[in-house]
Design a protein around this ligand. Structure first.
Ligand SMILES: NC(=O)C1=CN([C@@H]2O[C@H](COP(=O)(O)OP(=O)(O)OC[C@H]3O[C@@H](n4cnc5c(N)ncnc54)[C@H](OP(=O)(O)O)[C@@H]3O)[C@@H](O)[C@H]2O)C=CC1
Ligand SMILES: CC(C)(CO)C(=O)C(=O)O
Length: 340
C-alpha cells in the first residue's frame, strides 16, 4: 500500500507524538512544520520518553521544515492529510485557517484536515474557507509535555478518538470513510489506543467536562489537578458546579447525555499524586497564550444561547479573558494610555 502523505503543523507535546506514531505504523510519510523548536529538532532530532513508544533519541520524521509548504509555489502534490497540532487560539493571529492556506487550495476536495486540538466548534472556520474539505475531529486524552525544545515527556497513554465533523457541503459517507482511513493509519503501529468514534459531539462535550473546568480553574488558581482536589472548598465551590454547567449545556445544545457520574470520573481521571498540570496551566506557566475561547468561550456561548444558566463558567471565562489580555499587553499587542 502506498504511504499516505501527512503534513503536521505544530510539533510540540501532541504533534511530535502523532508524527512518531504515524511513521512507526509504516503507512504514513510525515512532513512536520516546526517553529521555536525547529533548530534543535532539525540539528539533533527529538528525544522521547514515551509510555507508548519507549525511550528514543535523535528521531526525525521524513521531512522537517520551518515554513508551511506553499503547494502552488513549490509545485508540490496535495497532501493526503493536514493535521493541526498547534494550540488553537482564534483571538491571536495567525488563525488555523491562515496556517493551512498555503498548503490547501480553497476548492480542495483531496486533502483531509485533522484537528488534533481541544475545544468546541473548532471546525467551523473551515466551513467557509474550505467548504468541501472533510475535517476530522481528534479528541486526545494523552498526557504529554515538552519541558525543553525537542524533549518530549509522554506519561499518559495516547488515547485518541477519531471521527468526522458534520459538513453540509459533503456527503457524510465520504467524511466517515476519510475518518476510518485515518484511524487505520494512526492505529497501524499498534502502540496507541485509537478509536473510530463517529459521535464527535459527544466526545467533544465529554472532554469539555475536563477542559472547560479544570483547565481554567487550575490555570487561574495555580493549583494543579491534584492540589485542586486537596484545596479546601475548591471541588464543591468551583470544580463540581462548573462541570454540572457543562453537563446541562451538552444536553441543551448537542443533545449529548452525560450522567452525573462523569463529574467524579473526570475529577479522578488522573491519580491525585501525579499532580498533573492541565495544558492551560502549563501554557500560563510558560507565559504563553491560552486556548480559552474554544475550551471555555464556545461552550459558554452555546449553553447560554440554549437557555442554560452558567454562572461559574461565566466568571471563569471573564478571568481567563483578562489573563489573555495581560499576556497580550506583555507582548506589546495592546496600546494603553501612559501612566500619569
Ligand atoms: N499536551 C497535552 O497533554 C494535551 C494537549 N491537547 C491539545 O492538543 C493541542 C496541541 O497541544 P500541545 O501539543 O500540548 O501544545 P504545544 O504548545 O506543546 O505544541 C504546539 C506546537 O505548535 C507550534 N506552533 C504554533 N504555531 C505554529 C506555527 N505557526 N507554525 C509552526 N508551529 C507552530 C508551537 O510552536 P512554538 O513553540 O513556536 O509556539 C508548538 O511547538 C491543543 O489544542 C491542546 O489543547 C489535548 C490533550 C492533551
Ligand atoms: C485532559 C488533558 C489533561 C489530557 O488528556 C487535557 O486535555 C489538557 O491538559 O488540556
Amino acid at each position: 500500500m502506498q504511504k499516505k502523505t501527512v503534513l503536521i503543523i505544530g510539533g510540540g507535546a501532541v504533534g511530535a507524538i502523532a508524527a512518531l506514531n504515524l511513521e512507526a505504523g509504516g503507512l504514513a510519510e510525515v512532513t512536520l512544520v516546526l517553529r521555536s523548536n525547529y533548530k534543535v529538532v532539525n540539528e539533533k532530532g527529538y528525544s522521547f520518553e514515551s509510555c507508548d513508544h519507549g525511550s528514543i533519541k535523535a528521531w526525525k520524521p521524513s521531512v522537517v521544515r520551518n515554513t508551511i509548504p506553499d503547494v502552488k509555489k513549490e509545485s508540490l502534490p496535495l497532501y493526503d492529510y493536514i493535521l493541526l497540532a498547534t494550540k488553537n487560539i482564534p483571538d491571536v493571529p495567525p488563525t488555523v485557517v491562515d496556517l493551512v492556506t498555503p498548503a490547501l487550495p480553497s476548492n480542495n476536495t483531496h486533502t483531509t484536515i485533522v484537528l488534533l486540538q481541544n475545544g468546541l466548534n473548532i471546525e467551523k472556520p473551515f466551513l467557509s474557507s474550505h467548504p468541501k474539505t472533510p475535517v476530522l475531529s481528534g479528541v486526545s486524552l494523552i498526557g504529554s509535555a515538552e519541558p525543553s525544545p525537542g524533549h518530549i515527556v509522554h506519561d499518559e497513554p495516547d488515547k485518541l478518538f477519531i471521527g468526522a465533523f458534520s459538513n453540509p457541503n459533503i456527503s457524510s459517507s465520504l467524511a466517515q470513510s476519510r475518518a476510518q482511513d485515518f484511524f487505520k493509519i494512526y492505529s497501524a503501529a499498534s502502540r496507541t489506543q485509537c478509536t473510530y468514534s463517529p459521535n464527535v459531539l459527544h466526545d467533544r462535550w465529554r472532554k469539555l467536562v475536563y477542559n472547560a473546568c479544570l483547565n481554567p480553574i487550575c490555570a487561574i488558581t495555580g493549583l494543579d489537578s491534584g492540589r485542586i482536589r486537596l484545596a479546601e472548598g475548591a471541588l464543591n465551590g468551583l470544580v463540581r458546579p462548573a462541570m454540572r454547567e457543562i453537563i446541562c449545556a451538552a444536553k441543551a445544545v448537542g443533545r449529548v447525555e452525560l450522567d452525573e457520574g462523569i463529574v467524579k470520573w473526570t475529577i479522578e481521571m488522573d491519580p491525585l499524586e501525579s499532580y498533573l498540570k492541565p495544558s492551560m496551566q502549563q501554557d500560563l506557566d510558560k507565559g504563553n497564550f491560552i486556548e480559552f475561547e474554544n475550551l471555555l468561550g464556545e461552550p459558554l456561548r452555546e449553553g447560554k444561547k440554549a437557555g442554560v444558566e452558567m454562572p461559574t463558567l461565566e466568571v471563569l471565562y471573564q478571568l481567563a479573558k483578562a489573563i489573555q489580555w495581560r499576556n497580550k499587553e506583555r507582548r506589546g499587542m495592546v496600546d494603553i494610555p501612559r501612566k500619569k
